[in-house]
Structure formats: C-alpha cells, structure tokens
Design a protein around this ligand. Structure first.
Ligand SMILES: [Zn+2]
Length: 177
C-alpha cells in the first residue's frame, strides 16, 4: 500500500477536467475516471560524490535542512532539468564545497525515497568517484552546514541521515581493499 505521502495519494481532482476521481491506475500512474487523463510518477535523478583526501578518508557533508538535518551525508544533489549527471555533480560540488572536480568515475546507482514536506519523492542516486584539483578553498555552503573527513569504516550507520547514502557507504566498504 502506498503511504499517504506517496504521489499516488496526493491528488483528488483531475488536473485536466477538474472532476473528482483522479486516482491510482497502476503503482506508478494516476488516471481520471471521467476524461481518461493519465499522469506518471517517475524517479528523480540525483548525484552523489565520493571524494577522498590523501589519507584515504572520505569527505562527508553535514545536512543543513530536513530530512535528516544535522546528520552526515555525501555531497551532491538533484540533477536539474536538461542537465547531464556529470554537469550536475560538477555544479553541486562547486556550490556546496567550492571544489573543482578534475576527474569523474561512475560507480553505480542507488534507489531511495525522499520525504520533502508532505511529498515522498522516489529518487535514483547516481554515485561517482571524484578527484578534485585541490582542497584549497574548501568551504561549506548552499544546503550544507559543514563537512568532515572520516574513515568510512569508522562511521556508524546511525550517523548517516539517508538510507541510500548508507547503502553507498556500505557498497564502498565492500569494494575497498
Ligand atoms: Zn479528467
């Protein structure tokens, strides 16, 4: 059963004809019983950066906003409309940490759900290994309140705010030698 914050449960009236009875048709679409208008719920792409320092510690950010305000996160964010994932990760790392990425390597994808205000969004995190030109000028900004370099093996799951980020760190540890 979808939760009350699921996009499948959020709407009552058809956005096309205005009649009531705009409801879930499948697990990922809504349909109007009167005019037949259909609307699909899609995953939103997000990007996540894994950035290491010379001691092989991982750069974690501290979340400024809910969900999971004050908890550890990895830098990244939503891919804008029309943007490539590569452009998005370069932009986000500049905005959040004032760092310039010099090299990118794709790791894999990690699904998540993200409750923002009253709506639960389904996201697909695209994770990248990132090398930066240097750490000079490193500064937390935007929706990041701080940063910390930590050995990921010593970070407890409960310190990390979002499930998909925990999964990425777990994946990283399973592939680290
Ligand atoms: Zn309708």
């Amino acid at each position: 059963m979808p939760s009350n914050s699921s996009p499948l449960k959020l709407f009552t009236y058809c956005p096309q004809c205005g009649n009531p009875g705009f409801s879930a048709d499948t697990e990922k679409s809504l349909k109007c019983g009167d005019c037949g208008f259909r609307f699909f719920i899609n995953m939103t792409a997000t990007v996540v950066a894994l950035i290491r320092n010379e001691e092989n510690e991982l750069l974690f950010t501290v979340r400024k906003h809910d969900p999971a305000s004050g908890m550890l996160d990895l830098p990244g964010g939503f891919v804008d409309l029309g943007e490539t994932a590569e452009q998005a990760i370069v932009r986000e790392i500049k905005e959040e940490l004032n760092l310039n990425i010099s090299k990118l390597g794709f790791i894999g994808t990690f699904p998540n759900s993200y409750l923002f205000e009253t709506v639960e969004y389904s996201t697909l995190n695209l994770a990248f290994n990132c090398t930066v030109e240097s750490f000079q000028g490193l500064q937390a900004a935007d929706d990041v309140s701080g940063y910390v370099f930590r050995d990921p093996a010593h970070v407890q799951h409960k310190e990390i705010g979002l499930e998909s980020i925990r999964n990425i760190v777990t994946h990283l540890l399973s592939t680290d030698n």
